[in-house]
Design a protein around this ligand. Sequence first.
Ligand SMILES: [Zn+2]
Length: 384
Amino acid sequence: MHDPLDILRQLVPIDSRNTLPLGAPGERASDEMAMCAWLVDFLEGLGLGTRVTYAAPRRPNLVAFPKHPEPSWPTLAFQAHMDTVGTDGMTHDPFAVEVIGGKLYGRGACDTKGGMAAMLAALADLLAEKVQVNLMFVATCAEETGCQGAPFLDLSPWRIDGMIVGEPTSNRLVAAHKTSVYLELVCAGKAAHGSRPEAGINAIYRTAELIGFLQRVIIPELAAHQSPGFAGSTLSAGMIQGGVKPNIVPDRCSLVLDLRLVPNAPPVAELIGDLARRAGAALGFPVEPGWTQITAGLGTPLDAPLVQTVQRALRQQGRDDAPGTVAYCTDAGVFAAKGIPCVVLGPGDILQAHGAVEYIDIEELRAAHGIYQQTAREWASRRG
Ligand SMILES: [Zn+2]
């Protein structure tokens, strides 16, 4: 039996901070190279094949796979991201492993080196017990800046029947999360001297009307979206920018929205186009969509074999098997969009992630190890 705590003690000191979005200019604090190298060593030591590809220079994605997969066995992939958020403002040493009162402290202990350690320990044990499952491990980069690494990973060489994403869910089964959409809307106007406002068209005033329309019409519509486990979709105006000088009537104003859409919401492209068109029609001036950043949601059906298998494993371990939802986005959305059945399940509370103090409860870490192992055993008995 491998202890995930021993593995986590080795993972936490590896600096894999991701403090800049993929492709953004500027000096990076760190990257995922050292973490990837450690994982390649560990996974090859278990007898798995590995393949490393890059989302950008020094931004690796890693796949570990059986060298001789058995075609009649089902395949199960464990997945975790290699990056962590930065360490600014942390009140304990982010890379020193401190174990106090049944908790291990360190950056990434919860998000998501804890889940990763539990998965690696489970993999090692399952391979040793020769469970009849083709076991894979998938590690991504750039998750913390909006699941940016996973889209670059080509998993088409493998038939993956199910994937467990190890984000912190307090070891609860999560089969659904929202889609996140950052959307810029732009209102144009006509510049004029500020002493003669009647000669211009004020783009800031137009944007104020747009905000009113969103609050009156769109936000209530989004709130009415129905999906089991969610209280509707939401919209928040997050940034506004317009004008260059006090004495010039602004000819452009940009508004950036943060939309969180439930799994049953209309398709994103349709929704964005519709929103701009309807706002323009209602307000009598053009509203143009600008840039967008979309992070895919997750909506795995509750009767999917993977969901039911994880539920059996949870029951077998004496745990609550009720499928839940989370408010944040994960790589599971990206892989589900590629056609892989995905669920999210991992040790730790998301409230412990990204904070000034980050820790994982060691009991929970070890429980995740047991749940992952049991899931693979139940998956083996599934066949075909
Ligand atoms: Zn995470």
